[in-house]
Design a protein around this ligand. Sequence first.
Ligand code: ADE
Length: 225
Amino acid sequence: MRIDIITCLPKLIESPFQHSILNRAEEKGIAKVVIHDLRDYAQNKHKQVDDYAYGGGAGMVLMIEPISRCIDDLKSQRAYDEIIYMSPDGELFDQKMANQLSLKKNLIILCGHYKGVDERVRQHIITKEISIGNYVLSGGELAAAVISDAVIRLLPGVLNDETSALSDSFQDNLVAPPVYTRPADFNGLKVPDVLMSGHEAKINEWRHDQAVERTKKRRPGMMEE
Ligand code: ADE
């Protein structure tokens, strides 16, 4: 899978892809994330990518020209499955959408900034708008990192133990059961006996029951979905 991220703040989004699972995915050749500085596509002297809003009002708006130029350039090199715009009023991101996106081959993610992006970009260039929650971030960069992480970790071979993404919270409409590690007894706080029993079937049954209980308590409604 390849993800091209377009931003006017490339430094803000580089780091998450240089560590841990995302970095490993890249090293294994499973995922490639390429970050593009929108300013490289500005044609004016000052590399300006935003301007005042027509009609007035506070805040700058990202201009269509550099965005169109950047996306045309990418599209001339390969076909893209989706051209995503990160926006607080987009479709709410969840595990189901992460699963769907993990089946795609090439994605573009455009990060908004300032007051947003010229509406003609959203109307004519973007194919999907995604929000990571009902709150407003300073820009789409952190949101793009969140969805890239959630998607890339699902790709086969990224996680060492391939079953571990399958047992994530939300994958089967259940949150994950509790987990424990050493010591077995911390100042009288004991690990449940069943986990020490070595009885695999009983352990699996206990984990499933715990997941069901937790889901009822923390995400009532999720099991009905
Ligand atoms: N940009 C600003 N806020 C956002 C959000 N909540 N989700 C996605 N992109 C955003």
